[in-house]
Design a binder for this molecule. Structure first.
Ligand SMILES: Cc1ncc(COP(=O)(O)O)c(C=O)c1O
Length: 416
């Protein structure tokens, strides 16, 4: 049983260990609303302020080090300061950083992604996953002449009103529920957007039949199917699309494809992407000062080249091992734990039932905060809400230390 009094004690210990992080947080609050610039990275009493990171180890301003099993929410698939990526970024920066013109590094990355991902016959660069999602929505509107969308409860595709809703053009339905989709999918819908595995929503994978049914239903009404691979690309060489053998119209990618630098990509069938070709009458005007940034393109290509199928297989096997160990140590300590996994992404759910959709994620928020703080105190850096995303550079010894960290964290939560 989780001791309800553990959270204030953990907070006190965290504060005692992080006096300089508190100073940084006080300074941040004067210039940033809430002391943050990214809603998701805040946690009470204040986040540990990071000062450097290399490989799988990050260090805060107080000199505490942590094994990073979050990797900037899946973006740093080779951990921090991965030498080949650093070298590529350094070389690119010395060549001029960004040009107001096309360059071959964009084409090298575009060709790699097109060879790698079954849905991407052509691509367009953006600066983030949010922008790529919005571009996919505009593209779907232009292709279909319709303006409404279906998204899933617990789905996350970025930070913009049209995507985060509620929005009059968006209907949200439960994940893994084909009947709910059927009820609202008609010939006014431009596109259905789906993460093959809800990432932010709790690492909940789509049932294969669900994705197949979506494909059939969207074809029937002439709506596009947009697959969001921003997080799931790491699951297999060709992303979740390869695992599910799904035949989508458009794909959105971001995070790891920039090697840690900002970028996003919207890709899809060449026949659909014609609406972005300036030679097409009424073409979508899509610009961005940093679209196809030189540093991101070079760093991203190197990161992708190192993300081979054997490297992915090793990461996925480590994640499976870790998931099992976390469940066992939770059980041993009397903490209800279910770990969901998709490739190298995990979500540690503090509940006793496996969720099939976001509505079934019902943890005690106090226990979730307690686990997160206890992990930090044990030198493990996971997401406050329970997400884990491994990197290729985490060694077996480090993985053992992470598993032991979870075990001690559960013991802290149940101690009296
Ligand atoms: C599945 C998914 N899509 C889109 C996004 C948005 O990407 P970005 O943060 O680069 O705008 C995210 C970000 O977490 C994501 O997880």
């Amino acid at each position: 049983m989780v001791n309800s009094k553990c959270l204030p004690l953990l907070m006190k210990e965290f504060e005692a260990r992080t006096p300089r992080s508190r100073q940084v947080a006080d300074r941040a609050r004067r210039v940033l609303p809430g002391g943050e610039t990214r809603s998701i990275t805040f946690y009470p009493p204040y986040p540990a302020s990071i000062t450097k990171a290399a490989g799988a180890v990050i260090t805060d301003v107080d000199g505490n080090s942590y094994l990073d099993i979050l990797n900037n929410y899946t973006a740093l698939v080779h951990g921090h300061a991965f030498p080949p990526v650093v070298e590529a970024a350094r070389a690119a920066a010395s060549e001029g950083v960004v040009y107001p013109a096309p360059h071959e590094a964009q084409l090298d990355l575009a060709e790699h992604l097109i060879a790698r991902h079954a849905v991407a016959q052509q691509i367009r660069f953006t600066n983030s996953g949010t922008e790529a999602t919005l571009l996919a929505m505009r593209t779907a509107q232009a292709v279909t002449g319709r303006d409404r969308f279906i998204l899933f409860e617990g789905g996350y595709h970025g930070s913009a009103p049209l995507i985060t809703g509620p929005h009059p053009q968006v209907t949200r339905v439960p994940f893994n529920d084909p009947a709910a989709v059927e009820e609202v999918l008609d010939d006014t819908i431009a596109a259905v957007l789906i993460e093959p595995c809800l990432g932010v929503g709790g690492v909940i994978a789509a049932e294969p039949e669900f994705i197949q049914t979506l494909r059939d239903m969207t074809y029937k009404v002439g709506a596009l199917l947009v697959i969001d691979e921003v997080q799931t690309l790491r699951a297999s060489y060709g992303g979740a699309t390869e695992l599910y053998e799904v035949d989508a119209d458009l794909v959105v990618m971001a995070k790891l494809i920039g090697g840690g630098y900002p970028t996003g990509v919207m890709g899809g069938r060449a026949s659909h992407l014609r609406v972005l070709d300036q030679a097409t009458p009424g073409a979508i005007k899509h610009s961005g000062t940093f679209n196809g940034h030189l540093v991101s393109a070079r760093a991203g290509l190197v990161a992708l080249e190192h993300l081979t199928q054997p490297a992915i297989d090793r990461m996925n096997a480590s994640a499976e091992k870790l998931a099992n160990r976390i469940e066992v140590s939770g059980r041993t300590n009397g903490v209800p734990v279910i770990v969901t996994r998709f490739g190298s992404m995990l979500h540690v759910h503090l509940q006793d039932h496996e969720p099939a959709n976001a509505g079934q994620v019902t943890p005690d928020p106090t226990a979730v905060s307690a686990l997160h703080l206890a992990l930090l105190l044990e030198g493990v850096f996971a997401a406050p809400r329970g997400l884990v995303a491994l990197s290729t550079v985490l060694t077996d010894d480090q993985l053992d230390s992470v598993a032991a960290g979870y075990e001690r964290a559960f013991a802290r939560m149940t101690a009296h």
